[in-house]
Design a protein around this ligand. Structure first.
Ligand code: FES
Length: 65
């Protein structure tokens, strides 16, 4: 499923960039090698960041335990 139609970013690609440490929309675009165009996808990307962030933090904690 596409999250960003302008740049063709898929949900899995965005989730992967978040899990790799991107926690802002600009960082997600940068990690995907793109930059925002119309910004209509920002809300969807923020939703994914919020959904993935707690999971990523838990993983970080367990890796350091
Ligand atoms: S839909 Fe993502 S920049 Fe336009």
């Amino acid at each position: 499923m596409y999250v960003c139609n302008c740049k063709g970013l898929r949900e899995n690609q965005v989730r992967t960039s978040i899990q790799a440490g991107a926690h802002k929309v600009a960082q997600v675009f940068h990690a995907c090698g793109e930059s925002p165009q119309c910004a209509r996808c920002v809300h969807r990307i923020v939703t994914l960041i919020r959904a993935e962030a707690p999971r990523t933090r838990r993983d970080d904690v367990s890796r350091h335990a």
